[in-house]
Design a binder for this molecule. Structure first.
Ligand code: NAP
Length: 312
């Protein structure tokens, strides 16, 4: 086991960084793989008002940068690589984490890979991403000044994105498949009282249309009650219909539920494989908050620490 890491943490969101802070302070010298989106989903959000300790709010990227600094301060090592798979050696019981840069062995692993934005899955969607279709208002909102845009979804993300986009767009349509928002009351209030936002109830997008340059120019809207269709001119669609947990790479080492969320043991962050733990959105189908992810990261680090003690 000499060349093996004690603990590998996969993911650089609030769960991964919090796990790293705790594990590093416990002298486990964790190695953390950041993945492609360093800092995770919160780096694509604006102000976070509900993370305790910041009465004035804090910008998502700043919060994540602070967490990474805190993890580094206690000795976390970072590898800027994407994890492709996790397997386990039958003879040694060590985990083998294969990344874009090589293969690494570890006695314990915490999976904190979060979730990725979902799209509608309709024709021509992939080619339009980056050409008038995106899941990140913070990243792309400023490119669409004084033109009409739309947001798809009815949750907190959709409301947050729609509100943010009113800074730039001439008009923001909020396309929701039902006639009631899922978002929190405070978020709903903000959207429904904003003159620049027009909710389009009982509606979905059934087709995208592009101009001669391949940029999105309009969408076909379908009424979910009557099936009637009409065209809506928008220069960008901001998708906010939830996220898909990033759990595929874990193979058979952990059970996942029907939606792909990694299942942990009751009252613990342990998966079905001893030494493999889960934290954050990839294992949380219910709460999915920055603070609950951070809390789960703390629990995973403590669970991993206890597990490692049983090996020595
Ligand atoms: P969400 O709450 O799951 O909402 C997804 C929305 O997309 C729902 O309104 C859903 O419609 C709609 N939708 C799903 N699939 C669709 C499809 N195929 N076609 C059309 N519409 C579809 O996701 P979220 O808004 O990303 O929020 C996730 C979690 O993060 C939540 O717990 C939320 O509270 C939290 N969050 C918090 C904040 C904050 O506190 N600042 C900000 C963002 C997110 P239905 O309503 O009909 O199901």
């Amino acid at each position: 086991m000499d060349d093996a890491e004690k603990l590998i943490i996969i993911g650089s969101g609030p769960a991964g960084y919090t796990a790293a802070i705790y594990a590093a302070r416990a002298d486990l010298k964790p190695l953390l793989f950041t993945g492609g989106q360093i800092g995770g989903q919160l780096t694509t959000t604006t102000e976070i008002e509900n993370f305790p300790g910041f009465p004035e709010g804090i910008m998502g990227p700043e919060l994540m940068f602070n967490m990474s600094q805190q993890a580094e301060k206690f000795g976390t090592r970072f590898a800027f690589e994407e994890v492709l798979s996790v397997t386990q050696e039958a003879c040694s019981g060590l985990f083998v984490v294969t990344t874009s840069g090589g293969a690494y062995k570890a006695q314990a692993v915490i999976v904190a890979t979060g979730a990725a934005a979902r799209y509608l899955g309709i024709e021509g969607e992939k080619e339009l991403i980056g050409h008038g279709l995106t899941a990140c208002a913070t990243c792309d909102g400023a490119f669409y000044r004084d033109v009409p845009v739309c947001v798809v979804g009815g949750g907190d993300s959709a409301c947050e994105e729609a509100t943010f986009l009113t800074r730039f767009a001439s008009k923001v349509y909020l396309i929701h498949r039902r006639d009631q928002l899922r978002a929190s009351k405070a978020m709903q209030q903000r959207v429904l009282t904003n003159e620049k936002i027009e909710p389009l109830w009982n509606s979905t997008i059934s087709a995208y249309h592009k101009d001669a340059e391949g940029e999105l120019s309009s969408v076909t809207l379908k009424d979910t009650q009557t099936g009637a269709e009409r065209e809506l001119e928008v220069k960008c669609v901001f998708m906010a219909i939830g996220h898909q947990p990033n759990s595929k790479f874990i193979g058979n080492l952990a059970d996942v539920d029907a939606a792909g969320f990694i299942v942990s043991q009751p009252g613990s962050t342990a998966t079905k494989t001893p030494g493999l733990f889960v934290a954050g959105d990839v294992g949380d189908a219910v709460y999915r908050q920055a603070i609950s992810a951070a809390g789960m990261g703390c629990r995973a680090a403590l669970d991993a620490e206890r597990y490692l003690l049983t090996l020595s």
